[in-house]
Every structure is written in structure tokens, then in C-alpha cells.
Design a protein around this ligand. Structure first.
Ligand code: DON
Length: 317
């Protein structure tokens, strides 16, 4: 309601518990019926539409999980924030963003017309910019992919994480639009090298995670790249600011503006049905429900995030 008191008390612990999360999950799980499981990558279409999970890493780094907590799904576009972190660390922000923009968008994630006009991708969150970002990570063959995988394993402290070969093959076989973008960028002088570079992008999208892993990724960027257990090996405020700003601007694609009005937090979605959210200096949120809305974002996932944000007054604004 307009005019409602939304004063914040940042020093108090939020005291989110399992009951809070399971109440929100129960209230919103039926929203999956309004969405559709992605099947443009055929292997993704096999996911059961009513699977759902909700995770938070709280202010103290404690994990709270409800729903289908062990359900694995592919990370998809959420991997783009990890790839951006690595590319910027290796090449510098100036260099990376000389090849693409910091723009928001009114276009879907696989839009690429800018490659014909300005010649450059709009941002590193949409497919074109993400394919370019991964191509900038140093190393031959699948070394860039391995760096992304190792970073996901580090952030989640979960060495069992790997990629799904069947999803990878499915993406590779059907990803001709991505292949088209890859060659347009090669034509424009933005990418050097062969399709191995594109395969690294397909592989990073096929990394399998749980909602808990996504909450840990959210926590990491919310805390200046400090891991949930307090490990500061990669601590870097500049990088976390950059990543969160891109998540806020373009992490939910053409829905980002409206999402920033309703949720108001840096977030990144993937067509596997996951969303990761960073609440700066506080918590990380991870949701999973594979049925997607018309923007390619998890339908029930969005509604669970929205309820948590309202209940705890978490919006930035
Ligand atoms: O390249 C693709 O189309 C997928 N591997 C990733 C797209 C994606 O996750 C968009 N996010 N909502």
C-alpha cells in the first residue's frame, strides 16, 4: 500500500527460520502452474514442473533450506556472474567493458540485434555479452570452463558440483542462435578463437546446483566476495559492487526494471528455474522452481522472493 511505513532497522538480525520459508513456499508453490518449463534446450524439458526449493544463508552464514532441498538443476545464466567475476579479475573492468555495455534492456536474454548496430553486446548478462565474457577468460580448451566450475565449488564449498553432460550436449546440439551470436562477434573482431570458446559457455550453463548453492552465491556477492563460512580468499568490494550492479540492471533481463520496483534487490535468474539474490551485507537467497514466466524467470521463485522481501522489508529502496 502506498504511504505504508517502510522504515528499516539494519542492526537487528532478521531471524529468518525454517517456518518462515516453508510458509512462504506453501503459499506460492501453485504459481508454477502459471509458468512453463523451458524446452528450447530439449534436455531441460524433462524437469518435473512441481519441484520447488527455497534457501537462505543468513547473516551468520547459516543455511536454512526448505522444499526439494536435494533437487539438482542446471545453473544456466546464473553462471554469467561467476564468469564476469573471473574475466574482470583477469582482464580488468575497463578492458571487458570496452567490448560491451553496462546497459539495461527491454529485450529478452537471447536478443542480439546490437551486434548489427553498435556492434557490441548490451551487457554481460544477456547471452551475447555472456558468451563474449567467457571467451575473454584466459586459457586453452576447457580451462576457462574449469575456472568457472572451480569458483562455483569454492563459493559453495561443495566439491561434488559438476556439469550435466546431457544438458551440455543438448545445448550444443540446439544452440544455433548462440552459435550465430558467437560468429557475429568473431566477425566484429570481439572474439578470437574457435567454437571451443562457445563450448565453454554451454558447459558453464550446464553446471548442476541446488537452491542452497544459489543462496551461497547470493551471500558471497552480498558480502564483498566473502564466503558464507567467513573465508576471505577472494574478498573484493569492487568486484561485488560491479556484479551486484549488473544483477540489478540486467539480471532479470527485460523484467529487471519492474523487478527492481517490486523486489528491489540484485538478482540473477537462469532458465533452469533458479534465481540467486544478494541482500547487501545481510543474506543470500536461492530459489528453484523450473516453470518460467514469459521473461524466462522462475514464476514461483519470483513470488517466493517477493514475499520474503516484503515480510522483512529487504528492498534496497
Ligand atoms: O544460452 C542459453 O540460452 C541458456 N544456456 C542460458 C539462458 C538463460 O539461462 C536465460 N535466463 N533466464
Amino acid at each position: 500500500v502506498y504511504g505504508q511505513n517502510t522504515s528499516k532497522n539494519s542492526s537487528k538480525s532478521l531471524q529468518i527460520n525454517e517456518k518462515t520459508l516453508s510458509d512462504i513456499l506453501e503459499k506460492n508453490k501453485a504459481f508454477y502452474k502459471e509458468g512453463k518449463v523451458a524446452d528450447y534446450i530439449p534436455e531441460l524439458g524433462k524437469m518435473q514442473a512441481d519441484k520447488i526449493a527455497f534457501s537462505v544463508v543468513n547473516e551468520n552464514g547459516k543455511v536454512i533450506n526448505v522444499g526439494d532441498v536435494n533437487q539438482k538443476f542446471t545453473i544456466q545464466s546464473i553462471s554469467k556472474i561467476i564468469a564476469l567475476m573471473i574475466a574482470v579479475t583477469e582482464k580488468g573492468e575497463k578492458n571487458v567493458f570496452s567490448k560491451m555495455g553496462y546497459f539495461g534492456t527491454d529485450k529478452p536474454f537471447n536478443h542480439y540485434a546490437n551486434l548489427e548496430t553498435t556492434g557490441k553486446p548490451l551487457n554481460p548478462m544477456m547471452n551475447a555479452g555472456a558468451i563474449l565474457t567467457t571467451s575473454m577468460i584466459e586459457g586453452e580448451g576447457d580451462i576457462p570452463f574449469k575456472k568457472i566450475l572451480e569458483m562455483v565449488r569454492y563459493i559453495t564449498k561443495n566439491n561434488s558440483i559438476d556439469y550435466s553432460k546431457s544438458v551440455y550436449n543438448s545445448e550444443k546440439e540446439t544452440g544455433n542462435k548462440n552459435r550465430g551470436m558467437f560468429y557475429l562477434m568473431k566477425n566484429n573482431g570481439l572474439i578470437e578463437g574457435d567454437e571451443e570458446k562457445l563450448n565453454n559457455y554451454f558447459k558453464q550453463c550446464s553446471i548442476e546446483v541446488t537452491a542452497e548453492d544459489l543462496a551461497k552465491i547470493g551471500y558471497f556477492f552480498a558480502h564483498q566476495c566473502t564466503r558464507f563460512d567467513g573465508d576471505t580468499t577472494y574478498k573484493n568490494a569492487e568486484i561485488s559492487q560491479l556484479i551486484q550492479s549488473q544483477m540489478l540492471t540486467a539480471g532479470m533481463y527485460e523484467f529487471s526494471g519492474e523487478y527492481s520496483r517490486t523486489v528491489g534487490l540484485p538478482s540473477k535468474s537462469g532458465v533452469g528455474g533458479g534465481i540467486t539474490v544478494s541482500v547487501a551485507n545481510k543474506i543470500g537467497i536461492g530459489v528453484f522452481s523450473p516453470a518460467l514466466d514469459e521473461h524466462g524467470n522462475s514464476a514461483a521463485g519470483y513470488h517466493m522472493i517477493l514475499d520474503l522481501v516484503k515480510q522483512y522489508n529487504l528492498s534496497l529502496f
